[in-house]
Write a protein that binds this ligand. Structure first.
Ligand code: GAR
Length: 216
């Protein structure tokens, strides 16, 4: 099977990036990472990439305040130069613009630590606890022009326990993020994702399609 060429955009510690690297190295994900790009110079993600001999690039956002589209133009240039086919937002803490979205239509995947469309935005694990929901989880979706609004590919569900803190819920969710992100990328690599309206249909599916229900 063809290996899909990934460009991974990051801002921080990169545990999702690490899970993707590990799955590629184990042979369970038909992909290769052409480049990891961070908007933060000191992102631990960059170190993780270098450790695995993956090109790691810092593109500073300094001087691009109010010029997000110009910054995204730099991303597009770097991604194209590396022959990237699918862009992975793995904890990339910037709002992306049409410049990036139009350059990679339905070729941008984001992971979000909540069951969208509930709890878009930031600090969503805390928001889920405060709201009193009994279940939360994570979502892999295609990037579009809204914030956390694009077509949903896979979701995983976890319980919210009475004694949960932001940290305990975040780590329960993160464990599932590490599974479903690679799974979504693998479905893409296998050519099994079709968009119908705003639904993502998983074709050739003898399993549960885009659902991924976790048994706690
Ligand atoms: C993850 O929980 C990811 O879902 C979240 O940032 C974390 C990054 O962790 N992303 C967002 O909130 C995007 N809106 P990581 O750097 O260890 O992968």
């Amino acid at each position: 099977m063809n290996k899909v060429k990934l460009g991974v955009l990051v801002s921080g510690r990169g545990s999702n990036l690490q899970a993707i690297i590990d799955n590629i190295e184990k042979g369970s994900l038909s992909a290769e990472i052409a480049v990891v790009i961070s908007d933060q110079a000191d992102a631990f993600s960059l170190e993780r990439a270098r450790k695995h001999n993956i090109p790691a690039v810092h593109i500073s956002a300094k001087g691009y305040k109010g010029k997000r589209d110009e910054y995204d133009g730099l991303l597009v240039e770097e991604l194209r130069k590396r022959g990237v086919e699918l862009v992975i937002l793995a904890g990339f803490m910037r709002i992306i613009t049409p410049t990036l979205i139009k350059a990679f239509p339905y070729r941008i995947m984001n992971i979000h630590p909540a069951l969208l469309p509930s709890f878009p935005g930031l600090h969503v694990q805390k928001a889920a606890i405060e709201h009193g929901v009994r279940f939360s989880g994570c979502t892999v979706h295609f990037g579009d022009e809204g914030m956390d609004t694009g077509p949903i590919i896979i979701q995983a569900v976890v319980p919210v326990l009475d004694n949960d803190t932001e940290d305990t819920l975040s780590s329960r969710i993160l464990a599932q993020e590490h599974k479903i992100f690679s799974r979504a990328i693998q479905l893409y690599a296998e050519g099994r994702l079709t968009i119908k309206g705003r639904r993502v249909v998983v074709t050739g599916s003898e399993d549960k399609g885009g659902q991924f229900l976790i048994n706690p």
